[in-house]
Design a protein around this ligand. Structure first.
Ligand SMILES: [Zn+2]
Length: 152
């Protein structure tokens, strides 16, 4: 799973390997020593308005990539690696205008590119299948049809 989401919902839904291109709002690293705190730490009343590290006193910030900040090289390399090895790539819920998602598709060498998005994307012309519906609705219908097939 390669995602631009920062909310950790893919992991909560059961995805085991998730490359979060824009980081995670659930992990808050110290800007000095790198110690990582859970979001709950930053939200505690005694840590407001700016949470500090218990180890070094540095500022603890959300582990997300803010505008004009670079992406984590390791995350990008891993995302490119899994995309380049996939035989099927399902791209969902993105218009593919936000960097770097659109550039990552060019690393895909597999057979089946599937685009699921409400609106047209730049990658539609390369796809074997384009579904022009919301990703949540589409995947829910796909899962429901799998369960129905099991009952037969
Ligand atoms: Zn620290």
């Amino acid at each position: 799973m390669v995602t631009q989401n920062i909310d950790g919902l893919h992991q909560m839904a059961g995805s085991k390997t998730v490359y979060e291109l824009h980081g995670s709002s659930l992990r808050w690293p110290c800007m000095e020593c790198g110690k990582v705190y859970p979001m709950e730490y930053a939200l505690q009343e005694e840590n407001k308005p700016i949470p500090h590290c218990t180890e070094c006193g540095g500022v603890v910030r959300p582990g997300v990539v803010l505008y004009e900040e670079g992406l984590d090289d390791t995350v990008v390399e891993n995302a490119v690696r899994v995309i380049s090895k996939a035989d099927t790539l399902i791209v969902g819920g993105t218009s593919l205008v936000v960097y770097p998602a659109v550039g990552m598709i060019k690393y895909f060498r597999g057979e089946n590119l599937v685009i699921i998005n409400k609106t047209e994307t730049k990658a539609d012309e390369w796809a074997q299948l384009v579904i022009r519906d919301p990703i949540g609705q589409t995947l829910k219908a796909a899962v429901n049809s799998l369960y129905k097939a099991d009952e037969l």
